[in-house]
Design a protein around this ligand. Sequence first.
Ligand SMILES: [Cu+2]
Length: 127
Amino acid sequence: MKSTIATLAAATTLLLVGCQAQDGAGGEASENSADSSESVRVEIELDDSGATPQGERVEVATGQLVELDVTNNSSQDDEIHVHSDPEQSFDVAAGSSDIFTFSINRPGQVAVESHGLGVTIVQLVVE
Ligand SMILES: [Cu+2]
């Protein structure tokens, strides 16, 4: 009985999340991100202790728009480095936020790194 209630609660939560994703700003990175008609948005926060997310895998389709929504709360200017071919990098000054948009046309794994912090933020799995 307990587990039935828990399952129902989980299902309800999923439904609510689904609605919010459709009504809200949308494009949030999720398990369903293989739909290449929508962009994949990755919200990134940098501070002096590291990056959030850090090392997470994010699935994207080839050619799909990827939006990196970066907030740099650390005390240093940073450079976001996308290890695609050709590679790309984006500057984010300390205390600022910016959105960087790009797409990757070749399947494979592409690391997105913070060079200031020396960490991998996300690993894009391009299929
Ligand atoms: Cu790099």
